[in-house]
Design a protein around this ligand. Structure first.
Ligand code: HEC
Length: 135
């Protein structure tokens, strides 16, 4: 059999790995935190983020109802029972790396829990708490 030319091997490698890098997304948790703090015009507070996340806001659900109170551990969806991977980037490096996903779920989940969208300041607070976690 003919030996594979090095450039063919290189193309094959790129083809194999590019879907993985594409999956890694278009942003980072640190970039999202900087953006939301700038929009809010105030520094984020991890302590406020923890309170927002673990409290109920007039309805039956808190964020922790589905995500759990320890963001480095998996959660369990309150109605479907499905496992939800940890939200803290220290435990799950894919979190907050895809702008569209972050915005979609923040919008949906804040409406479920607070009956409105979260403000930039609230999102910054939650993210400050999540990025504070150690693995
Ligand atoms: C009814 C269940 C439920 C509640 C309550 C809930 N979430 Fe979620 N959340 C989900 C599911 C399901 C996903 C998508 C699955 C996944 O990403 O693992 C998700 C995804 C997310 C993501 C996506 C992060 C990323 O980049 O991957 C964020 C951020 C998030 N939730 C924050 C919150 C916050 C903040 C609250 C409270 C205001 C909250 N969630 C309440 C179920 C819930």
């Amino acid at each position: 059999m003919k030996r594979l030319q090095p450039w063919i091997a290189a193309i094959a490698l790129v083809a194999v790995f590019s879907p993985l890098t594409a999956q890694a997304g278009d942003t980072t948790a640190a970039a999202q935190l900087t953006l939301w703090q700038a929009q809010a015009g105030t520094a984020a507070s991890a302590e406020r983020g923890k309170v927002l996340f673990t409290s109920r806001h007039g309805g039956d659900l808190s964020c922790a109802s589905c995500h759990g109170t320890a963001p480095t551990a998996p959660g369990k969806h309150a109605s479907t029972g499905k496992v939800i991977e940890p939200l803290a980037p220290a435990a799950n490096p894919l979190r907050f790396t895809d702008t569209a996903k972050v915005n979609k779920w923040f919008t949906r989940n804040c409406k479920d829990v607070l009956a409105r969208e979260c403000s930039a300041a609230e999102k910054a607070d939650v993210l400050a708490w999540l990025t504070n976690q150690k693995p």
